[in-house]
Design a binder for this molecule. Structure first.
Ligand code: SAM
Length: 288
């Protein structure tokens, strides 16, 4: 391992960039261990991949612990800028070989820039709902790809955030973070037990809409306007349990044709979400 100095990019801090080529370096071992939930939980950190995503995360105020980039990126203006910002925030900067990047990301063609960030979850008690807010609550979601896709869809639809109820997949797993395509940094996440969610929902009094295969209400007929809405989605295998279904003001169904028993959870969430926010989404105000 060797070290060299990085430009300050006006931050006034000069840091030591560590050059690492060995997989047995303890810093690299530590970063590789972030593929395990136990290590993510212990350190309260997670890994995100891609230059744009890392820049967006820093701009959105996420705390960066370590910036890691391929040697080929040395001297690139954007990389130098985020290296300087990382130092300014007390983080580490590592310049590594392709072999090390491949080992960390467990991918043949890894992104040239990756970073370790601190996890961020919002407490349920601080969620204050307002008219036209839409939250998505997921009961015991198991599939990381589904969760990542739902977080991305919430971002695209302008939803306020995602409440994870009960024992769910880790939102900071590499697979979930990848599937969010960067939206992990834009969508507030909350974790809650079923009983805490039920007490919060009774007090906050949103329009709690359960999405249920046996729902008696067509999801397109629900009055979503001018009130806070929470869309409650069931687990991939078991659907919504009675304890949660009973608390819903409406149990909505998406009519289906054909032979499929149900829709995939992420697809069903997307269909419900875009209907609930239809009156708030306008092509006159296109995404940048
Ligand atoms: N076997 C499960 C069941 O009996 O509910 C299927 C669960 S489905 C794969 C996952 C979740 O997606 C459901 O709990 C529900 O919230 C939502 N979902 C899927 N298809 C739906 C539909 N046609 N109408 C309403 N919700 C649906």
């Amino acid at each position: 391992m060797s070290e060299h100095k990085t430009p300050t990019s006006g931050t006034g801090r000069v840091g030591q960039i560590k050059d690492i080529t060995s997989l047995s370096n303890p810093i690299i071992k530590d970063i590789r261990a972030l593929s395990m939930k136990k290590h993510r939980d212990e350190t309260g950190t997670f890994l995100a991949e891609g230059l744009k995503l890392v820049i967006d995360a820093i701009e959105l105020g996420w705390s960066i612990r370590t910036l890691i980039y391929a040697k080929s990126q040395r001297g690139k203006a954007q990389v130098e800028k985020i290296a300087a910002l990382t130092f300014a925030r007390g983080g580490l900067v590592l310049e590594v070989s392709d072999k090390v990047l491949t080992a960390i990301t467990r991918r043949d063609n890894p992104q040239a820039v990756i970073a370790v960030f601190e996890q961020k979850l919002m407490p349920l008690s601080s969620v204050k709902v307002k008219p036209d807010d839409t939250w998505v609550a997921l009961d015991r979601v198991r599939d990381p790809g589904n969760l990542g896709t739902i977080i991305r869809t919430c971002d695209a639809a302008g939803a306020s955030g995602v409440i994870l109820i009960g024992d769910t997949v880790d939102p900071f797993s590499t697979e979930t973070v990848r599937a969010t395509m960067g939206s992990i940094f834009a969508v507030p996440l909350v974790r809650a037990s079923e009983s805490d969610f039920l007490s919060w929902s009774a007090k906050a009094a949103p329009m709690l809409v359960g999405s249920h295969l046996k729902g008696s209400v067509d999801y397109r007929t629900i009055p979503y306007r001018n009130q806070p809405v929470v869309l409650l989605m069931g687990n991939e295998q078991a659907g919504l349990p009675d304890t949660l279904a009973k608390a819903c003001r409406k149990l909505a169904r998406i009519p289906q044709a054909g032979r499929a028993d149900s829709l995939n959870l992420a697809i069903a969430t997307g269909v419900m979400l875009f209907e609930a926010r239809r009156h708030l989404l306008d092509l006159e105000d296109p995404a940048p």
